[in-house]
Design a protein around this ligand. Structure first.
Ligand code: F6P
Length: 557
């Protein structure tokens, strides 16, 4: 396919369009009774099991999807990413988050230079620094050890690290290493978030890590200045050097902010914000909390999937299969959303992280060449851990709209509980739901079944489940640092696959800029009105009215 050709103009895309009619005639109830089909829709890798037999797809569908992948030059695009080519063309940058977790002796080139030694230089610096802090050798301005960390950052400089932290918190090994320590995240520019973060913390024992790729993000910089003030007010301005460190690609701005460049941890333009959790963005705060050895296992898990994604044939390649099935669901079956349903409380921040990775990456309206897309790309992601979600939005998923679901389950609980006299362990109880829900969605319940159960006639329409609602199940052996790394990389690559097939740039985010620049005009207006009494002007009727009301009520506070 020529690079400027839209994927929807290719034969494989048209074939899939035509194939939708065949699939519409099937029902998962029947598809699931074909054992051969189900067998071939299971993939195992490195302890993980993916079962996609509950997708509204046949072996013919899969075959057609592999042809689509070929037409989209998927293999070549993955290769170009791993080769450090500037595939993020609108920002003229390579996309090399795989280098962040590559083994020390591997070679990954960007612009003719192996970037792996630079990655490990920073990782080694983090290892040393985090051990110095954790051992109490690095002390604060009053000589006390720094036991608490606030990581200040937003978007990709927050959501990934928060997901991993939340997942590790109850892991037996990680929590042992975190004893006596706290890690908090300050993201929102809302002063309420500052108040919540510093409540119960003593500046004397707190280390602030300012995390910002650009070091210009308005929210992060104001929050960083607010915490700098919190430290200076309590301990004097010179304390900042002991109590604040930074993670950024912009070391000049870090220094201008007043942070000692020796206490800055670099990363690179070839790491996108939402793909940066394996850089110092995540590795520094997580190592301070759990120790570098735990975080290294997380990196190894991600690296294992990187190698699988690069080398496994598409039929056995978990991220590729997931990405192609998502394209099938969104672009052909017309299901615009995806529910991420981990049956693990430790994964409660997984869906929020994937929301950014997926929607900031693939929420695009034009092809990588700037041609408006005549089809919808991107996906609406949301989710909650089961079983909480079951008591919230599952009603809609079962009887309302069709939303393809990702069920994520874990064999070994991080915190098992066995109560004497109970039928099953607490984890088995949780997992009973993990196994039951996909079948409820797939099979549904027919009016005939309800009649046989003597359900009153007037309730039959209400109690009928149409079924034929697609899902997939991913079963992890446990949820330790390694598995968390695997899960992260699977989703990162799956989302890249979707973007590669749709022919968009999954690595830029121009859509966030307009709101930022309008907010800066409002900021100027608020300042001019409140400091110099300037009237509100230059906004439309609606915004002017709202601003006037806001300013008037603020003046009375
Ligand atoms: O939301 C837009 C965005 O640019 C994200 O892509 C990024 O993760 C976030 O802002 C934070 O950016 P920075 O790390 O530069 O502060």
């Amino acid at each position: 396919m020529a690079s400027s050709t839209l994927i929807c103009d290719t034969e494989p895309w048209k074939n899939l369009r035509a194939h939708v009619e065949d699939i519409k005639k099937t029902h998962l109830r029947d598809l699931m009774s074909d054992t051969k089909r189900c067998q071939s829709m299971m993939v195992e890798f490195d302890g993980l099991l993916l079962d996609y037999s509950r997708q509204c797809a046949t072996l013919e569908t899969m075959d057609k999807l592999f042809k689509l992948a070929e037409a989209a030059n998927l293999k070549q695009k993955i290769g170009r990413m791993y080769n450090g080519e500037r595939i993020n063309s609108t920002e003229n940058r390579p996309v090399l988050h795989v280098a962040l977790r590559a083994p020390r002796d591997s070679v990954i080139q960007s612009d003719g230079k192996n970037v792996v030694p630079d990655v490990w230089k920073v990782l080694d610096k983090i290892r040393v620094f985090s051990e110095t802090v954790r051992s109490g050798s690095w002390v604060g301005a009053t000589g006390k050890a720094l036991t608490d960390v606030i990581s200040v950052g937003i978007g990709g400089s927050f959501l990934g690290p928060l997901f991993v932290h939340t997942a590790l918190q109850t892991d037996p090994e990680a929590s042992k290493f975190a004893k006596g320590r706290q890690l908090r995240f300050l993201a929102n520019v809302d002063p309420v978030d500052v108040a919540r973060n510093i409540t119960g913390l003593n500046p004397e024992t707190t280390l602030v890590v300012v995390v910002s790729k650009t070091f210009t993000t308005a929210e992060t910089m104001l929050n960083a200045r607010t915490l700098r003030e919190w430290i200076s007010a309590a301990l004097g301005p010179s304390a900042v050097a002991k109590h604040m460190v930074a993670v950024s690609t912009n070391l000049t701005l870090v220094e201008q902010f007043g942070i000692d460049p020796n206490n800055a941890f670099a990363f690179w333009d070839w790491v996108g914000g939402r793909y940066s959790v394996c850089s110092a963005v995540g590795v520094l705060p997580l190592s301070l909390q759990y120790g570098f050895s735990v975080v290294e296992k997380f990196l190894k898990g991600a690296s294992s999937i990187d190698q699988h994604f690069y080398s496994a044939p598409f039929e056995k390649n978990i991220p590729v299969l997931l990405g192609l099935l998502s394209v099938w669901n969104v672009s052909f079956l017309g299901y615009p959303a995806r529910a991420i349903l981990p049956y693990s409380q430790a994964l409660e921040k997984f869906a929020p992280h994937i929301q950014q990775v997926s929607m900031e990456s693939n929420g695009k309206g034009v092809s990588i060449d700037g041609v408006p897309l005549p089809f919808e790309a991107g996906e609406i992601d949301f989710g909650e851990p089961g079983t909480n979600g079951q008591h919230s939005f599952y009603q809609l998923i079962h009887q309302g709209r069709v939303i393809p679901c990702d069920f994520i389950g874990v064999v070994k609980s991080q915190q098992p509980v066995y109560l004497k006299g109970e039928v099953v362990s607490n984890h088995d109880e949780l997992m009973s739901n993990f196994f039951a829900q996909p079948d409820a969605l797939a099979y549904g319940k027919t009016p005939e079944q309800l009649q046989n159960e003597n359900v009153p006639q007037h309730l039959i329409p209400h109690k009928t489940f149409s079924g034929n609602r697609p899902s997939l199940s991913l079963l992890l052996p446990s949820l330790n640092a390694y598995n968390i790394g695997q899960l992260l990389a699977i989703y990162e690559h799956r989302i890249a696959v979707q973007g590669f097939v749709w022919g968009i740039n999954s690595f830029d985010q121009w859509g966030v800029e307009l709101g930022k620049s309008l907010a800066s005009q409002v900021r100027k207006q608020l300042n001019a009105a409140q400091m110099k009494g300037k009237p509100v002007e230059g906004f439309n009727y609606s915004t002017t009215t709202l601003l006037k009301r806001y300013l008037e009520q603020r003046s009375r506070i």
